[in-house]
Design a protein around this ligand. Structure first.
Ligand code: GRF
Length: 216
């Protein structure tokens, strides 16, 4: 039975675009049934429009309680029978209620090698702390911000003349590879999450897979 994907966005939507493109170019048992942005000006909404994907704005500022905002998100997704949620540049922290509703069926892409640099400004923080390796991570989302079980990471060597912008640009390219890959795996049952443990090919992942190893 096709996986019905709902995507939560807040910004430019390049990760949304990579999911759209992946499903278009090499279809798998999934469709993006709905895109919701918490920001009306998110270019991601244009991308949904261009791809003829139903899209809605649910503004967090319209709700005094987080739980009401999330109830609104869920009620929109329910209209489209969404059963798999992808956070794609979504800049709101989700409450436990939302996470429980989609138990084990929420993926997130984060621009760092988690558990390093949870939260924002990850590229500048990696430069400031003189890390030599940086990258991006796909993980199952839990109530803990950027804290859920890791699935797959891609690494980028930090160059001596890197700026946050140059580093972000290289990491973003890798995001667009690993995120659609993991979404396809989840849709095909290659990965799943049980009791906040990520499994790949039936085995619990004690550490995330590395793109530079699996693609070898
Ligand atoms: C990406 O680095 C994403 O990981 C982060 O925001 C950046 C832009 O994402 N959350 P997108 O272009 O809106 O998908």
């Amino acid at each position: 039975m096709a996986n019905k994907i709902g995507v939560l966005v807040s910004g430019g939507g390049t990760n949304l675009q990579s999911i759209i493109d992946q499903i278009h170019l090499s279809p798998f048992d999934a469709s993006i049934n709905c895109v919701i942005s918490n920001r009306p000006d998110a270019y991601a909404l244009q991308r949904a429009q261009q791809a003829a994907i139903p899209h809605h704005v649910v503004k967090h500022g319209d709700y005094t309680q987080r739980v009401d905002f999330e109830t609104a998100l869920i009620s929109v997704f329910e209209q489209y029978q969404v059963d798999l949620v992808c956070l794609a540049g979504f800049m709101r922290v989700l409450e436990p209620g939302f996470i429980t509703h989609y138990e084990g069926r929420i993926l997130n892409i984060h621009p760092s090698l988690l558990p390093h640099f949870r939260g924002l400004h990850t590229h500048q923080r990696a430069l400031d702390q003189q890390h030599t390796q940086h990258g991006c991570s796909v993980h199952f989302a839990t109530a803990e911000l950027d804290g859920g079980p890791l699935v797959l990471q891609a690494h980028e060597t930090i160059l001596k003349n890197d700026t946050a912008e140059s580093l972000a640009a290289r990491v973003l390219v890798k995001e667009h590879i690993i995120y659609p890959m993991c979404i396809k795996w989840l849709c095909e049952g290659t990965i799943f999450c049980k009791n906040e443990i990520a499994y790949h090919a039936g085995k619990p992942l004690k550490q995330p897979l590395r793109l530079d190893e699996i693609s070898a």
